[in-house]
Every structure is written in structure tokens, then in C-alpha cells.
Design a protein around this ligand. Structure first.
Ligand code: C5P
Length: 232
């Protein structure tokens, strides 16, 4: 059965020039790009407009987290940008998530909000000893995922290993956007909880986010095409 999984390339570059050179090299192979804090804090909305002008759908990964009114206002401030997905921290709580969802419905109706649950840089020990959260990270991810669903947030960013549990508990309507993807035989870098593109698609990922296996490849276009073939 063909999967409905879509590839998003993470544009984790230092400069605008590097980013645009990379896009020139991939010439039409990419449909989606993730713009994160690194580019956005340096270049602001302009870089988003510039990348979108090349025909790419934009996933803006700003991981918003503040009081409800501030997050809702930030969502409104993004309303003139061509963004298709936007992240916020689920740990901001129900009221924050709901305020963001209301602002998105009103000002960014075409954009999908994605809740970030537990950062993959946190393990069970850090959750317990630093944040005083006694649950395992798996339980905490599920708790925060449910909080997102209750507030009407349409999707989640999570690790590939969490996809089956989330699908089982919360069904197929949620958009699951999955980083930590490594094609067979590629450098894992510091990513630990990884899956191949094909396995993530089969597990139920709606989108996979791939950075270095494409951005650092000798031939980025061929690397992206191989991944697209793998998830088809
Ligand atoms: O280069 P690589 O494929 O590891 O990049 C993955 C992208 O996904 C990076 O932009 C990284 O910040 C992001 N990400 C992640 N793990 C998460 C959330 C986001 O690797 N839990």
C-alpha cells in the first residue's frame, strides 16, 4: 500500500547564502522546508518569504512557549507569512494551546499547529531530577499529546519510536511530524532514537523531517530523491 508520508528538509544553515545555494542545488526535488530558530532569529520573516517564493511549503519551527496572550499574539503576528506548519510547546498548558489554536483559526487558517511534547534532549533522569516530573518520558509524551488533542492542536512533533503508541492511543487524525530519521547506512550524528525513512512511514508518520543526510550530502538532490523513493 503506498504511504502518505511527506518529506520535509530541515534547513539548518548559518546563513541565507548557504541556504539559497543549497536550494539551488536541489532544484525542484524538495516540496517542504523546515525553517528553525537559527535562520529565523538572524533573518526574520524575510527568509521565510524568500524560501517560500521558490515554491517550497514552509514548516516554521519556532517552538512558541509563553503566557496564552503572548503566544496568541505571536501567532497573529505571523499571519502575513506563507507558513503551513508552526510549532509550540505543549508544556505551555491547555490555556496556552487553546489561545494559540483560536489565533491560528482566525489568522492562519491554512496552517497546522504542532505541539512539541518532551524534547528528545531530555531523558527520564532529567525529567525527574531537574523538572520534578516523576513520569517516564513516554508517559509524559502521551499526557502532553492528549493535552494538544483536547485543545484542538492538529499535530505533534515526536520521535519515530513514539509513533505507534501515539497512533494506538490517539488515532490516525493527528498529523505526526517525525525527526530522528536516518537512511540505512548514513551517519547517525548525535541522533540516538532513529528510524529509516521507510520504517517511519510504515509506523504511521505523516511527515518525516530530515536534515544532515540531505543538507550535507555530496549530491543533495540525489539524497532527497532516494528518501522520496524509500517512503513512496
Ligand atoms: O540533521 P538532522 O536530520 O538530525 O535534523 C533533524 C532536525 O529536526 C533538526 O532541525 C532538529 O533540530 C530537529 N529536531 C530533532 N529532534 C526533535 C525535534 C526537532 O532532531 N525532537
Amino acid at each position: 500500500m503506498p504511504s502518505n508520508c511527506t518529506l520535509i528538509t530541515a534547513l539548518d544553515f548559518k546563513t541565507r547564502e548557504e541556504t539559497l545555494t543549497f536550494l539551488d542545488k536541489t532544484g525542484g526535488a524538495l516540496q517542504w522546508a523546515k525553517v528553525g530558530l537559527q535562520l529565523f532569529t538572524r533573518y526574520g520573516p524575510k527568509i521565510v518569504e524568500e524560501i517560500a517564493a521558490r515554491g517550497l511549503n514552509i514548516f516554521l519551527d519556532l517552538k512558541l512557549h509563553d503566557i496564552p496572550n503572548t503566544v496568541a499574539s505571536a501567532v497573529q503576528s505571523l499571519s502575513e507569512l506563507p507558513i503551513r506548519m508552526l510549532t509550540l510547546h505543549a508544556s505551555g498548558g491547555h490555556e496556552m494551546l487553546q489561545a494559540a489554536r483560536e489565533a491560528q483559526t482566525k489568522h492562519l487558517p491554512e496552517t497546522i499547529l504542532l505541539g512539541v511534547t518532551v524534547l528528545t534532549s531530555m531523558d527520564d533522569k532529567a525529567l525527574k531530577e531537574e523538572l520534578g516530573i516523576p513520569s517516564s518520558s513516554k508517559e509524559q509524551v502521551l499526557r502532553l499529546a492528549k493535552l494538544c488533542v483536547d485543545a484542538g492542536v492538529q499535530g505533534l512533533v515526536c520521535s519515530p519510536l513514539e509513533v505507534p503508541t501515539i497512533r494506538e492511543s490517539l488515532g490516525n487524525a493527528l498529523q505526526l511530524v517525525i525527526p530522528g530519521i536516518r537512511p540505512q547506512g548514513s551517519n547517525t550524528n548525535e541522533q540516538k532514537r532513529i528510524m529509516t525513512p521507510k520504517d517511519a512511514a510504515t509506523a504511521g508518520a505523516s511527515y518525516i523531517v530530515v536534515g544532515r543526510p540531505i543538507t550535507q550530502a555530496e549530491n543533495p538532490k540525489a539524497a532527497a530523491q532516494a528518501i522520496l523513493e524509500d517512503i513512496r
